[in-house]
Design a protein around this ligand. Structure first.
Ligand code: NAD
Length: 468
């Protein structure tokens, strides 16, 4: 798809146009913001079928998965913001330290102003509209640049935004990297980017030019540890869903399994049965399953085929799956063992339906491996014994940590969602999302005629010594 501006105005003209609105929205009451959120929610509810069909055309995403992973997280985010907005916006009084006696301190969350949202293709509706909910709750205007790889969903987003907002409030530009680059040259007050760590670095460099603040929701390899104490039936049920939902194209999908070596055989056996139960209960082949999506495009399909070929050349063993259909970008859920450090599967984020299985003898080996790689976006621990559980909590660092489940934390509005360093900077969802688009302004109120700082004024003499 060629770069294409969806609006007659250029990004810089539109950015200028949003200035007036962003200043007037600074004083917007909770009721006004809630009204905007309700309009968004109503549109989504009234166009659920359109959202389903756009995602079906983009990558054969099954309608129930669209409802569960694209629509529900957004409407839930809206409902949560509507319920809590007044309390989030209320200035918070802080305690008064001794030298400040007589003063009052408040924190007021004010909208940062004009925001830019750049989103990926893998959950193209959810990961575009979710951050918009936080921007609107915080009182920011927004310019959105969705992914060029999911063109039907991106076009639907254009239609939605045009039907709800004036372009000086929220606007969308479609296109490839060149459009994002043009937008990133503008001095936005906040940039919310979801995508790969490589592009995250480009975004952060561009933001540094104007000292725009950033939220970077990135990716990487999220491991799932299966401890000796795990309930394998439960772990397999959860992992086989979390890994293969959206055809494995999920930033927080378990990227690889780290399993206690005695459990590996049973894990593989159970995983095969579970995949059959989920996607092929009548033994007609997973390709015919109405519940299994496709790889987004040929480029990513070839990338994943290459990962598999590389693993097989280096001695990897396919435990399940491996079949594909290049004409439809179908790649079967695939389990691979015999993983070596020089395999691409071991090194790169997989972002597709291939699950490497790596064994360990002692939990400390698994922790050592995780700590030798960039900090994951999510880390999953399956086990019932509190000692190894605590060890993982204490000895690893990751954006989120989930115990005895996976992927589910995305839906928890009260938990900060995001990465750490290579997997992301800043947090999203709920109050954290609201704060990402807000400046927490510290306000100090002094009483006229009351002077509690005479000690700090000249002539200093020995006064300064008295307050330390
Ligand atoms: P991507 O980084 O290639 O693209 C994301 C967006 O950036 C797209 O809109 C794209 O047009 C734009 N872009 C691409 N190159 C650019 C450049 N040079 N300059 C400016 N903008 C550019 O990512 P993707 O392939 O769309 O998504 C996959 C990645 O996103 C994975 O790494 C995945 O883990 C990550 N991800 C993270 C989250 C999260 O919440 N942390 C969610 C989904 C995906």
């Amino acid at each position: 798809m060629n770069s294409q501006h969806t609006l007659p105005l250029s990004p810089s003209d539109l950015f200028e146009k949003q200035l007036k609105t962003s200043i007037s929205w600074r004083k917007s009451a909770a009721e006004e913001r809630i009204l905007r959120l309700k309009k968004l929610r109503d549109w989504i509810k009234n166009h659920q079928k359109d959202i389903q069909s756009a995602l079906w055309i983009d990558f054969s995403k099954p309608a129930p998965e669209v409802d569960l992973s694209e629509v529900f997280p957004v409407t839930s985010e809206i409902n949560h913001a509507i319920k809590n907005l007044k309390s989030w916006m209320k200035p918070k009084k802080v305690a008064t330290p001794l030298p400040m006696i007589g003063t009052t301190g408040f924190i007021k969350a004010e909208p940062k102003g004009r925001s830019l949202i750049i989103s990926p293709w893998n959950f193209p509706f959810n990961l575009t509209v979710g951050p918009l909910v936080s921007a609107l709750a915080a009182g920011c205007t927004a310019i959105i640049k969705p992914s060029e790889y999911s063109p039907n969903t991106s076009k639907l987003i254009v239609r939605m935004i045009r039907e709800i907002f004036e372009e000086e409030e929220v606007a969308v530009f479609l296109g490839e990297t060149s459009v994002a680059t043009e937008l990133l040259a503008l001095p936005f007050d906040h940039i919310f980017f979801t995508g790969s760590p490589a592009v995250g670095k480009i975004v952060m460099k561009a933001a540094a030019e104007h000292l725009s603040s950033v939220t970077l929701e990135l990716g990487g390899k999220s491991p799932a540890i299966i401890d000796q104490s795990a309930n394998l039936e439960d772990a397999v049920q959860k992992i086989m869903w979390g890994k293969f939902v959206n055809c494995g194209q999920t930033c927080i999908a378990p990227d690889y399994i780290l399993i206690q070596e005695d459990l590996k055989e049973e894990f593989v056996m159970r995983a095969k049965v579970q995949l059959q139960t989920y996607y092929d209960p009548k033994f007609k082949g997973i390709e015919l399953s109405p519940d299994y999506a496709r790889i987004i495009n040929q480029k990513h399909f070839e990338r994943l085929r290459n990962y598999l070929d590389d693993a097989l050349e280096k001695g990897g063993k396919i435990e399940f799956g491996g079949n594909y259909n290049a004409s439809t970008n179908y790649l079967e859920p695939t389990l691979v063992s015999g993983i070596r450090e020089d395999m691409i599967l071991f090194q790169e984020e997989i972002f597709g339906p291939i699950l490497p299985i790596i064994t360990f003898r002692e939990l400390s080996e698994a922790i050592l491996l995780i700590n030798s790689k960039p900090k994951p976006l999510a880390l999953y621990f399956f086990g019932t014994n509190s000692k190894p559980m605590d060890q993982v909590i204490r000895e690893t660092s990751s954006g989120n940590l989930v115990i005895n489940d996976c992927v589910l934390h995305f839906l928890h509005n009260e938990l900060p969602f995001g990465g750490v360093n290579n997997s992301g900077i800043g947090k999203a969802h709920g109050h954290e999302g609201f704060l990402a688009f807000s400046n927490e302004k510290g306000i100090l109120k002094q009483r006229v005629g009351y002077n509690n700082v005479t000690l700090l004024r000249p002539p200093y003499g020995i006064k300064a010594k008295q307050i330390i």
